[in-house]
Ligand binder design. Sequence first.
Ligand code: CA
Ligand code: CA
Ligand code: CA
Length: 528
Amino acid sequence: MLALATMGAAPASMAAPVGPAVPVNEQWTVPGQVLVRFASSASASAIAQANASVGGRVMKSYRFLPQLQLIRLSSSVSVGAAIARYQARSDVLYAQPNFIYKIDRTDLTPNDPLYPSMYNLNNTGQTGGTPDSDVDAPEAWDLTTGSNSIAVGDIDTGIDYIHEDLKAHAKPNTAECNGVPGVDDDGNGYIDDCHGIDAINGDTDPMDDNGHGTHTAGTMGAVGNNGKGVVGINWNVTIIACKSHDSMGNGTTAAIIECMQYMATNNSYGGCPEACGFDKATRDAIASNGAHGILFVAAAGNANANNDATPNYPSNYFLPNVLAVAATDHNDAKSGFSSYGLRSVDLGAPGSSIRSTYWLSSNPDNFYAYLSGTSMATPHVTGLAALIKAQDPSRDWRAIRNLILAGGDPKPSMDGKTATGRRANAYGSLTCSGQKVSAPIAPLASVSGLKPVIVAAYNINCANPAGKLSVTITPGNVVLRLRDGGRGADQVAGDGTYTAKWKLNPCSPGTYTFTFSNGKSITSTVTC
Ligand code: CA
Ligand code: CA
Ligand code: CA
């Protein structure tokens, strides 16, 4: 064939210039193949000559579509270059990739036996709830099932790191796991910290002795599609355990700070499942330079309280890398216990009757349990952060936070109860396009006017900042511009949190209304 080709008469079309390679979406194209349809007038020798020009061999021709050929290309010729070469010929009607077609949505279904009971991931009404009151996990898994190169931290009661459905993900520190016992192989100041550390007991064995941390770890990343137990938001991920809470579920400031410091070196995402206790040191740890790059996902609390009026910590820390999560149930209603806050809670996630891995002293390592709490909602969001990072590792915490906020499903139960009015949706975050969130987040319900008052709002479009806002404060008709330049009151540039400082001079107590240029307004009682 190739020898014949060189003997073919050069067709007139050979005079046409060959353009640059045609762009090809490789994800949806069979590599090394093109489909070419020649004109009916093209002779066998001309066709052979054309195919030879791309080092091509005919794999198939089709009786019902004369002159159409499936061509296998030489490895040195790209699909795009071959198409350009064919299209330059007047005896070619068209040349195209051999496209890959998938059924509309494959909705990857893992083989984990308890998956059908996990309404939080895929709600078909199997628990008596409302179908689609879920985070659209199977739809998201079509795009990514996570990556072992992404690490999440679990600041909790520890993790049962030999649990059958977690152990493959719970060896974050390979230098220590494969190292010399009794030696700090990676030189991070902790000896044998293969699985993480125990900051509450002061050693490097973060084995769970409560069950709570094993449960949150499973929601973030129980091993997917391994035929065992449950499945995490991430089928694949690396989990760093930091035990900050004891067997009774009590933590300390010192332990949480140590966990933040430990996690910071691993560039992971902290998740603090309980109200970690308020104090400036914890806030400073979350805000510290060392923690840059860490998204801190915190539970809104289980007091059914308005956190705008009664702050809950750490979820209320006014820091751009803190995400506060409320809980929803299988009908997308707010869980009865869940605290909320139009300004202080960011979004909802499933938190009622969540099935996950568990630790029991009488039955460790292969036990599963249902738990409810905003602690159960939080790891959905932390897990989603890891999934977003796995889809595009170039995303920083700002883009990840904003995709979580903007990608959620608007839900009536979250409207007026959270800043976004949304419940987390993994697929929505991974496919976010043109979704805006514009929401005031400060001041809270009351504020001291003796110091400058911080006025702030999210203004984002998917991953990105969406432009400046202004606010009019009445009485007084004070107009302020909110900026995202990372100067003055604005903590971080380019994160889509826009901030201004309002100085009352002199301080005048009363209830003020803040009307933002996006049309939203809040009130706050100023004390002096
Ligand atoms: Ca070490
Ligand atoms: Ca599993
Ligand atoms: Ca900012």
